[in-house]
Design a protein around this ligand. Structure first.
Ligand SMILES: Cc1cc2nc3c(=O)[nH]c(=O)nc-3n(C[C@H](O)[C@H](O)[C@H](O)COP(=O)(O)OP(=O)(O)OC[C@H]3O[C@@H](n4cnc5c(N)ncnc54)[C@H](O)[C@@H]3O)c2cc1C
Length: 386
């Protein structure tokens, strides 16, 4: 394997340059840029091949004037006081608790499964203690919890697994839950109380003026230059830089020399819809899941997230697909093994740092990526680090 400098030699000495070249203007790249510029006085060039900063979290006002998330609904939630305080320097917040209902057996039922889900699904009036016993009676003994199927059937049994999880997971991943790591369904809890919130994190809020405005402020420092519509490979030869922060897919960085890392993608179908007189929303909550019907997995109505008042409403349908932008790393042992080979190559490159969801091939939420960038910045500040 060549060193990165051999592949992309520096331009002639004396050319004006940057301390850092950051590939990708999502949360990983933008937080690194902000820290390096404002805290370390570094000159930073941020390059993104898309026509906007913000990565997958970017939002905008559509042609009808409704604030939407073109890459799917992004709900901010975190337990990290540090991450929340950090981002609060760049945005004010709108308190928002996300709620999801799943369409099952002709009803819209709370997801994650809770006491109300079970009582309404089966026409029961169980208490919290009784519903725990209900789950235990149905739970299947699983010798070792390895797959996504194991996680659910060992907790709540096969019938609820089939109604709420199996179809959704098969649509989302084109794999049976029995073929996926436990981590996928382990993210969705089961509750014995009536808490109908999707997340229970300490901090749950949406940027008051949207994500694009947050990114404008993150990247506003005079030491930061932003270059959009540009693949870093087109400029890496001609712009001098000392250290690269790479937040794109790790396999493409190495020209997929060990093979392509599998990703799952999505097709988003956005629609603006009229509202009946006197109504602000079409759906009872932000997201409706369809585990068992239709080709799409879920429908989200943005006005619940944004709080925007508007005579119409905007929704997005999510259709999982194999081809397209890389959104979800596919968590299977063989893919982790392939990633480890790329990770070992990356560790050899002292002048390149790999962070973010794509460069570390991990399903990270926004707050986790921000935390990773804040911690990586601290590491780069240690004496002796390039
Ligand atoms: C459908 C969906 C819904 C989500 N919902 C939530 C949610 O509700 N809450 C939550 O916390 N998280 C959510 N996430 C996760 C969230 O999107 C990520 O955690 C976050 O965006 C990752 O930031 P990042 O900077 O690592 O990557 P990205 O946002 O993907 O940014 C990487 C950037 O690198 C650029 N790039 C790649 N290659 C090159 C290249 N060769 N040259 C130049 N630029 C390049 C890309 O254009 C991109 O802009 C969701 C993700 C998806 C896909």
């Amino acid at each position: 394997m060549q060193s990165y400098r051999q592949r992309f030699p520096l331009p002639p000495a004396g050319a004006a340059g940057f301390d850092y070249l950051i590939v990708g203007a999502g949360f990983a790249g933008s937080v690194m840029a902000e820290r390096l510029a404002s805290q370390a006085g570094q000159r930073v060039l941020v390059v993104d091949r898309r026509p906007h900063a913000g990565g997958n979290a970017w939002d905008h006002y559509n042609a009808d004037g409704l604030l939407v998330h073109p890459y799917g609904p992004h709900i901010f939630h975190t337990n990290s006081a540090e991450v929340f305080a950090y981002l609060s320097q760049f945005t004010r917040w709108r308190p928002y608790q996300h709620r999801v209902l799943a369409s099952v057996d002709g009803q819209l039922l709370p997801m994650p499964i809770n006491l109300d889900t079970i009582n309404r699904l089966y026409g029961l009036q169980l208490s919290s203690e009784e519903v725990e016993a209900f789950f235990q009676q149905r739970a299947e003994a699983v010798p070792a919890v390895r797959t996504s199927e194991d996680v659910v059937v060992s907790r709540i049994g096969r019938e609820l697994y089939n109604k709420f999880f199996r179809g959704y997971t098969r649509k989302q991943w084109d794999l049976d839950p029995s073929e996926l790591d436990a981590s996928v369904t382990a993210r969705v809890p089961v509750r014995c109380n009536r808490d109908g919130r999707y997340f229970t994190d300490t901090y749950q809020a949406m940027p008051l003026h949207g994500y694009a405005a947050l990114f404008d402020r993150l990247l506003a420092h005079p030491n930061i230059r932003l270059m959009l519509n540009t693949d870093y490979r087109d400029i890496v030869h001609c712009v001098p830089w000392r250290h690269m922060i790479y937040t794109g897919p790790i396999d493409t960085f190495f020209d997929q020399c060990f093979g392509a890392l599998p990703y799952r993608s999505l097709r988003f179908e956005h629609q603006t819809l009229p509202l009946p007189p006197g109504r602000e929303h079409l759906q009872p909550c932000a997201t409706l899941n369809y585990p068992n019907d239709y080709a799409y997995t879920r429908v989200t109505e943005f006005k619940h997230l944004t709080g925007q008042l508007h005579p119409a409403t905007a929704v997005v349908y999510e259709y999982p697909q194999a081809q397209g932008d890389p959104y979800y790393p596919v968590p299977r042992p063989e893919n982790t093994a392939l990633y480890r080979r790329y990770e070992a190559e990356a560790a050899q490159l002292k002048d390149v740092t790999f962070i973010g969801r794509l460069a570390t091939y991990k399903y990270y939420n926004m707050d986790q990526v921000v935390a990773q960038a804040l911690s990586q910045f601290k590491q780069l500040q240690r004496p002796g680090t390039p």
